[in-house]
Design a binder for this molecule. Structure first.
Ligand SMILES: CC(=O)N[C@H]1[C@@H](OP(=O)(O)O)O[C@H](CO)[C@@H](O)[C@@H]1O
Ligand SMILES: [Mg+2]
Length: 556
């Protein structure tokens, strides 16, 4: 049967990639939209096969997140609402790059040995979403065709169900949504298990209900201006506002950069990536009073950073600061409830050194009631999420604003039990767990969580910014012939190949006070990233420059 499917993919799908290869990287497939037709069709096939294998719904989001408007890509959402398991990423890469029937069919057989037996009578459902890019409708349609090819009853080609009356493969198209909304829909659909995808209104309602509990009788009037990067966040913010006002919750999100003009403006000079990397104001900032609060989402609204203006400069509250805010809050609640749960804070090597020291000291202060640690993993939310699963409560954030807080099943039941007994801190923990997206980093959930923590704890943005002072840092890109020639340790803090490169980095760092520097190949762009930190900005800049120049080995 895998042969018949391979033949259908080749016959019905767009022409195979020729002379190019593509990898399912840090955040799925990403490339210029023009090269993605074949890839998207096959992503549909992979998603349908994963759903068939797990007997659960999975999802596909068509987006290239913070990348330029001309790019596109896709992320597959696994049956647990999280990111695709690693071996299926490898499978997706192999299938996307296969050019002949024999290779494709043996790829299916080797990654999915039970395919031939499961295909008979099996069914699959894929939840599909897309961003606002011009290329997205067409590419989403190709994903759909890939999915339907697996369940096609006509034409005499592969139909995994054709002799048995199974249902084949179905698509539930959510249209333009945020990436985290596709994760949410898959998670909730599989939790309910009735074969239906819950309407998105449920997403907004869940947030409103949790906020009501967290705010209690507190009368609030909090406004945040939200830079939507001219992407999908604008629509979600609008819907959220409606639901907030229906529930008389005094939070308002005022969107700007809402993408109602030129589609090329997506992520252009605005959004979370621009603000966090350049530390400059985004375009389109509304004229406002001195105390206004701002947040920037990225193009598919799975990350957020918060900021305010001080003397027309931008003061950034990045992913590290959001993690710090949530960690302090959760430690207080854990102290108050005496639940004795573990709290893990997960970062990547890009986390500012000051944030790591701050969070370690917060955990140390609460060690009587909270066992915890701060750990560092490889770049990419999938690595952070995976590590966060080791704790009762896992707070994970990349410095760029990508992250969430997850609660283990056993922590949830302990919290629920204690909160049924009337414990106020446990009730608050329970509501916080219901507010924040349990599947993936979500700009909207995270922002609402930030707003409510600031509000109920009475913390101003300035006080929050003062939790710790970032060490001066810089991130640069170096273009090389083959970035993949650079190999690193698991936490990406050190280069293992070429060895001389790490020696050069060590030599440069040893000359610098409070110096830290590391080098790694990007998983989403054709470049090598250099990150440097030091006691002074000029020194950090010089360190990054020196190391950048060192990356000139003939092998690279
Ligand atoms: C330094 C940095 O910001 N890297 C980003 C970027 O990954 P790279 O592998 O560094 O290109 O894109 C990823 C996907 O959005 C995101 O998870 C990650 O944090
Ligand atoms: Mg994104």
């Amino acid at each position: 049967m895998s042969k018949a499917l391979a033949s259908a993919i080749l016959q019905k799908g767009p022409p195979a990639l020729s002379g190019k290869t593509i990898t399912y990287g840090t955040a799925g497939f990403r490339a210029n939209a023009d090269m993605l037709e074949c890839v998207m069709f096959r992503v549909g096939v992979v998603a349908a096969l994963r759903s068939l294998q797990t007997h659960k719904m999975v999802g596909v989001m068509v987006t290239a997140s913070h990348n330029p408007a001309a790019d596109n890509g896709s992320k597959i959402v696994d049956q647990d609402g999280g990111m695709l398991v690693h071996e299926w990423e490898v499978f997706a890469t192999r299938l996307a790059n296969s050019t002949d029937e024999a290779d494709m069919s043996s790829t299916i057989d080797s990654f999915y040995p039970d395919f031939n037996s499961q295909a008979a009578g099996g069914s699959a459902t894929v939840v599909l979403g897309r961003d606002t890019r011009v290329s997205s409708p067409k590419l989403a349609e190709l994903v759909k065709q890939g999915i339907l090819t697996c369940g096609d009853r006509g034409g005499g080609v592969c139909r995994w169900h054709d002799t048995c009356g199974g249902e084949g493969a179905k698509v539930v198209d959510l249209g333009i949504v945020t990436t985290p909304q596709v994760h949410w829909a898959v998670l909730r659909a599989n939790q309910k298990g009735d074969g239906q995808v819950p309407p998105l209104q449920g997403y907004y309602e869940e947030h409103a209900q949790a906020l009501k509990v967290l705010l209690g009788s507190k009368q609030t009037n909090v406004k945040f201006h939200v830079d939507c990067a001219n992407g999908v966040g604008a629509k979600a913010v609008e819907e959220m506002n409606k639901t907030l006002s229906e529930h008389s919750i005094g939070f308002s999100l005022v969107p700007f950069n809402v993408g109602d003009g030129d589609p090329e403006l997506l992520n252009e000079g605005c959004g979370a990536e621009h603000v966090q990397k350049s530390r400059k104001l985004p375009s389109g900032v509304p004229a406002s009073g001195g105390n206004d609060k701002f947040a920037s989402f990225d193009g598919d609204a799975d990350r957020v950073v918060v900021w305010y203006k001080k003397d027309s400069n931008l003061v950034l509250l990045d992913g590290d600061k959001i993690a710090a805010l949530f960690s302090v809050y959760l430690c207080h609640l854990l102290d108050a409830s005496k639940l004795k749960l573990s709290l893990g804070i997960v970062q990547t090597a890009y986390a500012n050194g000051s944030s790591t020291s701050f969070m370690s000291s917060v955990l140390a202060k609460h060690k009587e009631n909270v066992t915890g640690e701060v750990s560092c993993v490889a770049t990419g939310v999938k690595h952070l999420h995976h590590q966060a699963l080791h704790y009762d409560i896992g707070v994970y954030f990349e410095a760029n604003g990508h992250g969430t807080v997850i609660f283990s099943d056993s922590a949830r039941s302990k919290i629920e039990e204690r909160s049924r007994g009337g414990d106020a801190a446990a009730q608050t923990l329970h509501a916080f767990a219901s507010l924040i997206n349990p599947a993936i980093g979500d700009a909207l959930s995270d922002l609402l969580a930030v707003m409510v923590v600031l509000e109920v704890e009475g913390i101003s943005l300035e006080q929050w910014a003062g939790y710790y002072e970032d060490l001066p840092s810089i991130m640069t890109k170096v273009l090389v012939k083959d970035r993949n020639a650079i190999k690193t340790t698991k936490d990406e803090q050190r280069v293992t190949e070429p060895k001389e490169l790490q020696d050069a980095v060590d030599a440069a760092v040893s000359k610098v006070e409070q110096g830290r520097c590391f080098v790694r190949p990007s998983g989403t762009e054709d470049c090598v990233r250099v990150y440097a930190e030091a006691g002074k900005q000029e020194t950090a800049n010089k360190l990054a420059e020196d190391v950048g120049t060192d990356i000139t080995f003939p092998s690279l």
